[in-house]
Design a protein. Sequence first.
Length: 114
Amino acid sequence: MKEKFWRKALAAALALVIMSGATPIKPLSQVFEDIAITASAENIEGTTVTSDTTTMTTGTYIVDSNVTINDRITINGDVTLYLSEGTTLTAIRGIELSSGNKLTINGSGMLSAT
């Protein structure tokens, strides 16, 4: 009885090894070629976003409370926006991101732009 169990277990393991060898393992950078993957951390230093923030220049901006901006947010340079958990950033007139500028959004908060 033990011999049959081990034969079946070995056959199943061998089948798994053979099947997994048929599927190539790719790094995430190849799987998500067109998507930029960035990491976020809990202790980030940067400029705190307030209702008066309408222009963001190169640097890190932190939303650590609910903020509503009644104007358009303009992005100039390489900007990282970190949305803290449980917060919402609302940009009533949207976000302007022209060619040559970059916006990276991290964190688990919410962004609403119209």
